[in-house]
Every structure is written in structure tokens, then in C-alpha cells.
Design a protein around this ligand. Structure first.
Ligand code: CMP
Length: 148
């Protein structure tokens, strides 16, 4: 089953949006497989955003991500990468539709509340980076009773 990495960024945590964001993924029907409340250092944030290292906003992005604790999660389900990004909304909150997380809770691209992997391949890489110890197994009988 497909998995994706979702992170509630420091602004989302500090604004008390953790329950709201987790609730949207739960209510959609996705399965939580990993969750940690963690403050990362610059080296780790630079690794997570390595693809963006040439961007002019890279230093500001790293400073923002290390500015407080984040909630790092692994969510699982059918098409969770694409559908998860639909739940999150466009990267720029000015363009995210109302009803999406960013459309409802953000106004600035540099403080956009939440991150979601942009492909299944990047999801795998990000999950390995953030959860090197692996993620939790569901009790298979319960999981299949609900979702299969
Ligand atoms: P995220 O989904 O975490 O992926 C990359 C992040 O870079 C993005 O959300 C934004 O937080 C940030 N970002 C993208 N474009 C800009 C920009 N033009 N200015 C500032 N931050 C940006």
C-alpha cells in the first residue's frame, strides 16, 4: 500500500493545528503508520530539502523548519501521495482552494503549515530519512476489516 511523508511545520504546531490536520487525514480514511514530535537541526532540514538548495529561499526555509518542533508522520492508503497533496492544497496558499489545509489556514508561501511528499519515490526517501527505525505495523485483521 502506498505511503507518504507528511510534516506539520513549526507554524502549524504553534498555531494549534495539529489535531485539525491529523483529523483531516484520518477522516479521509488514511492510516497513520508513524508519528513523531521532533525539533530538527539545520543539517537535517538541509537534507530534507536538499532538492531546493539552489533556491533563493533555501536558507529562510531551513531557518523556519528548525525554529520549533514539527510533527513528522507517515500516512498510508490508496493514492495517498496525490490525494494527500489535494487535502493539503497548492504550495502557495494564495492559490490553495478553500477546503484544503493551506486554503483554510495559511496566507504566505513561506509559512504554509504543512509539507507532503510530491511523489511516491520522494515519499520513500523522506520516510527513510525521518523514520530510519521503520514504522508501526497495524494489527492486520483490524486493518483489513476497516479498509479492505
Ligand atoms: P513544501 O511543500 O514543504 O515544499 C518546499 C517548501 O519550500 C514549500 O513547501 C514552501 O514552504 C517553500 N517555498 C516554496 N516556494 C517558496 C518561495 N517562493 N518562497 C519561500 N518559500 C517557498
Amino acid at each position: 500500500m502506498e505511503q507518504t511523508f507528511i510534516m506539520i511545520k513549526p507554524d502549524g504546531v504553534q498555531r494549534g493545528l495539529v489535531g485539525e490536520i491529523i483529523g483531516r487525514f484520518e477522516k479521509k480514511g488514511f492510516t497513520l503508520r508513524g508519528l513523531k514530535f521532533i525539533t530538527v537541526d539545520s543539517a537535517f532540514a538541509e537534507k530534507h530539502y536538499a532538492d531546493l538548495s539552489a533556491k533563493p529561499f533555501f536558507c529562510g526555509l531551513v531557518e523556519y523548519i528548525v525554529s520549533g518542533p514539527v510533527v513528522a508522520m507517515v500516512w498510508e492508503g490508496k493514492n495517498v501521495v496525490t490525494t494527500g497533496r489535494k487535502l493539503i492544497g497548492a504550495t502557495n496558499p494564495a492559490e490553495s482552494a478553500p477546503g484544503t489545509i493551506r486554503g483554510d489556514f495559511a496566507i504566505d508561501i513561506s509559512r504554509n503549515v504543512v509539507h507532503g511528499s510530491d511523489s511516491a519515490e520522494n515519499g520513500r526517501k523522506e520516510i527513510t530519512l525521518w523514520f530510519p527505525e521503520g514504522v508501526a505495523e497495524w494489527q492486520s485483521s483490524l486493518h483489513s476489516w476497516i479498509y479492505e
